[in-house]
Each structure stands twice: as C-alpha cells, then as structure tokens.
Design a protein around this ligand. Structure first.
Ligand code: PLP
Length: 461
C-alpha cells in the first residue's frame, strides 16, 4: 500500500513513511493510492478486531496483521467502556456515539492510543528515536501526552497557548510525570503555536537533527483509526445512517467518508458536519470559497479552526485526484487569503454525501441546557453543536448518530454556565488534581521553542 501527496510533488511512501512524516514534504497531505475494500464489521466483532482489520488494510505489508491486533488490543484496553465507542439512544431514531471513554475523555484518544503503539513498533524496528511536536488548543495535547508518556522511542513536545485552554484540559497534559513529555506554555494564541510548529518543520536542518515528527490531525493513521467507529456503528444499527459530526479540522468527518469509500458503510450514509461560529468549512461547502477569517472564541474551543486542514483530502477526491488543481487552490489561498474552488470540484463536492452548517454560540449554550432537561444527561459543548444541528433537521427515514466528541466533565466551566450543574470528573481522573503540574512558560517565539526542544530531544536518526 502506497501513499501519495495531495499536491503531487512528493514521491510515494509506505504506511510507515506516511505515519512518521505527518505532512508530505511538498506541503500536501498523504492519501492512499487507492481505497482498499474492507469487509464490513460484524455485530459481535470486538472493537479491537475491527480496528486491526481496518488498520491492516491501510498498513499493507508494513505490519503483520497479528502484530496489528496485539497493538489494537493494548490501545483499546485503556478505554473505560468495553465496546470503546458505545451508542446510546437519545430519542426516536437518534443516537449518541460516545467517543469519550478514553484516558483523557475526548475522541482524540481513539486515534492517539493506537498511534503511540504504531510509533513504538515502527521505531523499535528501525532503531530510531524521534521528537514529536504538537500544537494544541486543548484535547490533542492531552491525548498525545497520555498515549506517549513513557514511550521508549519518542520524546513529545506539546505547545499550548498559556492560560487559553481549560484547566482540566491542561491537567491532562501537565501531570503525566513522564520524562519524555515536555509541555511548553506559550504567551500567544493557538494560531501562534501552530505557526511555530510549521516553522520548525520548515527548518530542515533542525527537523533532521531532532528527528521531528507530527501527530496533528493531518496524520493518515489518525484518519484510519477513526474510520473504525463508523464501521462498528453501521454493524450495530444497520440501514442508512446520518452521522452528525462536530467538526474543526475535519479529520473526524473525513474518516467517515473514508469508511464509506472502503465499503464499510453498507446501508448508505450521509455525513453532516456541524461547525461553530468559525464557519470556514460551511463556507467551503456552501459557497465554494476558502477565505481567511480570524478564529473567534466559542464555547467549543476544539473546533475554533480557521482553515480545516483535512478538507484538502476531500478536495483532492472532488477534483478527481487532480493534484495540480489542489495545489492551485492552496497557492492562491496562500497568496491572497482567498481561493475559489473549481466549478467541477464544487459540483462533485455537492454529491459526495457530506454537508456542513454552522451553529451559533447562543444556540450551543441553549442546546446543552435543553438536552439536559430532556434526557438528564450533560453533554459537552462540542457535542451540543452536533445535537443542535441534528434537531434542526429532523429525519424519520434514517438513523441519526451524533458523535459525542468529549465528556462534559472536560469543560466544567461551560457546562455550569449553560446548565447550572456541576459535571463531575470520573473517579479514574482523581489523581490529576493532586499530582502537580509541570510546564515551562516561554514567549511565542520560534527560537525559544527550538532551544527548549534541543535541550531535551534525544533523537537518533
Ligand atoms: C478535535 C475535536 C473536535 C473536532 O474534530 P476534527 O477532527 O478536528 O474535526 C470536536 N470535538 C472535540 C471535543 C475535539 O477535541
């Protein structure tokens, strides 16, 4: 199985190469040369088995299936619910798919737990040690810290905007006690953190010296790992499903599309992306325009994204896999801050089965309250964006599955404001509050960050 870049100017790599690189050297995103056809999940098939089959189809010869199964079993043993992504019925024809039973209570754990296993496996084979750098607006950093703490072959550096993420989110990153996890709290915002990570990767000498690698949502292994719960939902519910996906960088929604392309959604599917007031994705789908708009603060910070990175993979498909057309769109966007999608791509985008719409801050807060009074359950603000969207467009001809992307307890301040209720952290998270936090505060400056990484990286490449 080979992976090629959406911008067409980087050579093909295998699964290991695509995972360890993250971004392709031409600035594009890796996609499989063709979509493997995978047998649908069976009703009684354990989650780790479905995951191993799907990931093996994407890994090809790079990893024997028995090894993949062992890794999936280890990864998903860390989940508090034995079915990993359970469905709970919230109304007639309406289900929540709970993706927050992992160690840091957000769906990022589903991919990150297996990615850490894959990294250790691949690096043990090659004898390399890498430095993984990740910018986070909250959930990715925690999931990466929980997954890579104690990794034998990787050092993890997490950049977060100082005092701009929720205290609970920060605790998940800063209390691992692991010597291979370094937290850098930058005096800036999330966009500054992301820009610094980009500059680090662009500094080829530095990147080579410290063996730089990335696990942000552009990493193909994350997409592949997230396709799994779409397949298990199809097995559980049968028939046609409408998935409502609270979206930011669109990795989660894209994974649904990939599941469909691989033959895993046998009943037919629709994917409705629900975004917050940062509506770049909705503008792309509805107006065919990619334009720069500063991110605004919302109750759902993990979705405060001004450029949804995984849209590039969908655009690649919508242009009929025309890398030149994709490159032209992103070059134009880079130069002028705005690009119009080619007409043919817009037309195809309209019939791939994916739509997007935006939900306001006010409606999100009201939805958390309404959902609690109707069901007695507290939902996180990101999930509320999805349930609101689903309720605005009721359907009796399909099953609707809203992806519950985080636990309410991860955002207690917002839950309290919306509902007047305290969201309790599960018992297993108790130690977070007593362990003591470790992080270094730095200016939002690439030189300072580079020095901090050089001081701790133990790369051998
Ligand atoms: C990351 C995240 C999202 C958005 O997922 P994407 O794959 O970036 O679209 C939604 N909700 C929560 C809680 C998240 O952490």
């Amino acid at each position: 199985m080979k992976y090629i870049s959406t911008r067409g100017q980087a050579g093909p790599v295998d699964f290991t190469g695509a995972c360890l690189a993250g971004l392709a050297p031409d600035g594009g995103l890796y996609v499989p040369e063709s979509f493997p056809q995978i047998a649908p999940a069976k009703t009684d098939e354990p989650y780790a088995h479905v995951a191993a089959r799907i990931l093996s189809a994407f890994a090809g010869d790079a990893i024997p299936e028995a090894d993949m199964l062992a890794m999936c079993e280890r990864a998903y043993a860390s989940f508090a619910h034995h079915s990993v992504a359970p469905l709970t019925q919230a109304g007639p024809g309406l289900w929540l798919m709970e993706l927050h039973h992992g160690p840091t209570l957000a769906f990022k754990d589903v991919a990150m737990q297996i990615i850490a296993q894959l990294y250790d496996y691949m690096l043990a084979k090659s004898g390399k040690r890498l430095s993984i750098v990740c910018a986070t607006s909250g959930d990715t950093g925690g999931a990466a810290a929980a997954a890579f703490a104690g990794s034998k072959h990787a050092d993890l550096f997490i950049l977060h905007p100082h005092e701009r993420i929720s205290p609970v989110q920060r605790l998940f990153m800063t209390t691992t006690g692991a010597s291979n996890v370094t937290n850098l709290a930058l005096d800036g915002d999330f966009d500054d953190c992301q820009a610094i990570v980009k500059s680090l990767f662009a500094d080829k000498m530095f990147a080579e010296d410290v063996g730089l690698s990335g696990v942000n949502s552009i990493n193909w292994a994350r997409i592949a790992a997230q396709a799994v719960y779409y397949a298990t939902a199809q097995a559980a519910l049968g028939g046609r499903i409408r998935f409502v996906v609270p979206s930011g960088n669109m990795g989660d929604a894209l994974a649904g599309y990939v599941a469909a392309r691989c033959g895993l959604l046998t009943g037919g599917f629709e994917i409705a992306c629900a975004v917050n007031e940062n509506d770049a994705l909705a503008r792309l789908f509805n107006d065919g325009v990619m334009s720069r708009a500063p991110a605004v603060a919302t109750p759902s910070p993990a979705m405060d994204i001004s450029v949804p990175s995984n849209f590039e993979r969908l655009l690649y498909e919508a242009t009929g896999r025309d890398a030149d057309a994709v490159r032209q769109v992103y070059d134009a966007y880079k130069q002028s801050g705005e690009a119009t999608l080619p007409d043919s791509a817009r037309t195809r985008l309209g019939c791939v089965g994916i739509t997007a719409s935006a939900v306001s801050n006010v409606d999100t807060m009201a939805e958390m309250k309404r959902f609690e009074s109707e069901t007695g359950w507290l939902i996180c603000p990101h999930t509320a964006v999805g349930t609101y969207q689903a309720r605005q467009t009721p359907r009796s001809d399909v099953s609707t599955v809203v992806l519950a992307t985080a636990a309410a307890a991860k955002f207690p301040e917002t839950v309290l404001e919306a509902t007047g209720l305290e969201a309790q952290l599960p018992h297993k998270c108790g130690p977070l509050l007593t362990r003591g936090e470790v992080f270094d505060r730095l200016p939002a400056d690439v030189t300072a960050v580079r020095k901090a990484i050089e001081a701790k990286a133990r790369a051998s490449v």
